[in-house]
Design a protein around this ligand. Structure first.
Ligand code: ADP
Ligand code: MG
Ligand code: ZN
Length: 552
């Protein structure tokens, strides 16, 4: 009889109790079962294979995508007296030979291997001559071709099942959507694997989402107000923006550095090490930063730009508060973020299926952003998890946003998009709606529409909010050529016809003009102007083949 999981937990790791389903998972793989473990970042996935590794003779092979991640884990294990080693391209020939000999001699409890190294015939041959008690595939979502962490070598890990059918496999990830789950089972585990899903709620994270006004300034005051002198990650869309933001924050007296994939690998490593080891450093990074960063006391994750999907948002915000203490997930976004992501998506070389999925994931994120009630059920619902809501400390719980019946405003905005030829961006459409006369508007003859402008009395921010929420709901879509223009979406007919209504979240952005406090679009449908519009609509509908449901 080997040691029990409880003994190992206490004696080796120094913890008194298992968390969540850890014990159950350990029991399952120790008995030879395959397992898929879905647990949020910081949930404690590592113990699920580290303890089984120590329960029986032989070595557990851990496949991990990042060298830095392997190094950190091995250091921590060695510190606890566990015989752990790495096998990857960073080793010199002598160390590698020694590690291989240790494996053959059964001296290792755990061996961390990069997938490309593992897949070599020589390594597979070495494993065949060694005693292997478990394969652990960490960050298993890297097998998903639809995700942004896709690693082609992960697809080839199916070879483990063929070559080592007797050895149990455990795959672990914090990415939990149905699709990724299915891909991991298909490619790495097989149908007989047992799936363990932990709750994805991160009760210590306070979510908040706002609109961009002056994004940098908003970020600065957030950091100053809530997290002065604390560690945080600021995600930016572009490499350049990470550098500009870091430089600007530094000027404002915040200790900040940049990180992106375009940096020299030495500089990148240095930035990462500084972030992990120093207190109170803010790292402005692209999505290249983060996977496997095990820094427990990241007090906030800020998004200066919208991530591309709800998955990415969840993963990235999940890097905050791994120590269980209060942390913030803070984001500001704008309509142009949405348009940019949609365009990148449409222009990418991805197949139609993938584009469709990516669109859905972005839609899900937008729906989350525009959500007017507690953030938690909106976020967790995406992972198929119910949450009672009213957490009491997300932004919406603390300051519930108002909603309004935006049906008429939506119809007008959609009609304006149609009338201006479905090729202009939100800015121009809002100009027309508010009766602004710019040179461009006059040239295009859109001032003819402006004279009818019913939105004149309403402030531009509200119209922008309407446009954004129409985009979020798919009633507007960007033109496929990627010029930034908006077209009517496929499902806006019912809305235009007035057969359905739409509730919108009131724009949280205060108007730039102090005098304007109006938050809804006032449309007096009894007014002579409105009547004239209807009349005009009916006439032009006959003459110009305008769909009869376009209202002006
Ligand atoms: P994940 O890989 O799921 O993101 P880790 O395995 O890195 O999470 O664990 C996150 C943190 O939680 C680590 O600091 C780990 O030591 C700690 N931890 C894991 N299990 C337990 C436990 N049963 N009791 C206390 N701390 C734990
Ligand atoms: Mg992990
Ligand atoms: Zn809430």
């Amino acid at each position: 009889m080997g040691p029990t999981p409880e003994d190992l937990l206490r004696q080796v790791f120094g913890y008194s109790e298992f968390r969540g389903r850890q014990r159950e998972i350990i029991g399952h793989v120790a008995e030879g079962g395959h397992a898929l473990v879905l647990m949020p970042t910081g949930g404690g996935k590592s113990l699920c294979y580290q303890i089984p590794a120590l329960m029986s003779a032989g070595t557990t092979i851990v496949v991990s995508p990042l060298i830095a991640l392997m190094r950190d884990q091995v250091e921590a294990l060695t510190h606890n007296g566990v015989a752990a080693a790495v096998l990857n391209s960073s080793l010199d020939a002598e160390t590698r030979r020694q590690t291989e000999q240790d494996l053959l001699d059964g001296r290792l409890d755990l061996l961390y291997v990069a997938p490309e190294r593992l897949l070599r015939q020589s390594t597979l041959g070495l494993l065949a001559r060694s005693r292997i008690n478990l394969f652990a595939i960490d960050e298993a979502h890297c097998v998903s071709q639809w995700g942004h962490d896709f690693r082609p070598e992960y697809l080839k890990l199916g070879v483990l099942a063929e070559r080592f059918p007797q050895v149990p496999r455990i795959a672990l990830t914090a990415t939990a959507d149905e699709r990724t789950r299915g891909e991991i089972i298909d490619r790495l585990l097989g149908e007989q694997a047992k799936v363990f899903v932990a709750s994805f709620d991160r009760p210590n994270i306070r979510y908040s989402v706002g609109l961009k006004r002056n994004a940098r300034q908003q970020l600065l005051s957030f950091i100053r107000r809530k997290h002065p002198g604390q560690s945080g990650i600021v995600y930016c869309f572009s490499r350049r923006k990470t550098e500009e933001t870091a430089a600007w924050l530094a000027q404002q007296g915040i200790d900040a550095i940049a990180y992106h994939a375009g940096m020299e690998s030495g500089d990148r490593q240095c930035a990462q090490d500084r972030f992990i080891n120093e207190d109170g450093l803010v790292i402005c990074a692209t999505i290249a930063f983060g996977m496997g960063i095990d820094k427990p006391d990241v007090r906030f994750v800020a998004h200066l730009d919208l991530p591309k999907s709800i998955e990415s948002y969840y993963q990235e915000t999940g890097r905050a508060g791994r120590d269980g203490l209060p942390a913030d997930a803070w984001m500001v976004y704008s309509l142009s973020d949405v348009v940019r992501i949609r365009q990148l998506l449409e222009q990418s070389s991805a197949g139609d299926d993938q584009k469709k999925l990516e669109r859905e994931r972005l839609e899900a994120l937008l729906a989350y952003c525009e959500h007017a009630r507690c953030r938690r059920p909106a976020l967790l619902g995406y992972f198929g998890e119910a949450h009672p809501g009213d957490c009491g400390y997300c932004d919406n719980c603390q300051e519930p946003p108002e909603t309004w019946d935006a049906t008429e405003a939506a119809r007008m905005a959609l009609s304006c998009v149609y009338r201006t030829g479905q090729r202009f961006g939100a800015g121009h459409v809002v100009d027309v709606l508010t009766g602004k006369t710019t040179e461009r508007i006059e040239q295009l003859g859109h001032d003819r529409l402006s004279t009818w402008a019913i939105g004149r009395e309403t402030d531009r921010n509200t119209w922008h909010s309407v446009m954004r929420q129409l985009l979020a709901a798919g009633h507007l879509v960007p033109d496929p050529e990627g010029h930034g223009g908006l077209r009517l979406g496929p499902d806006c007919r019912d809305l235009l016809r007035g057969e359905t209504t739409i509730e919108m979240r009131r724009d949280a952005v205060p108007s730039s003009r102090k005098s304007s406090t109006k938050k809804t679009v006032d449309i007096d449908t009894e007014s002579p102007l409105w009547q004239a519009l209807r009349q005009w609509r009916l006439e032009t509908a006959r003459s110009e083949e305008v769909p009869p449901y376009v209202i002006f």
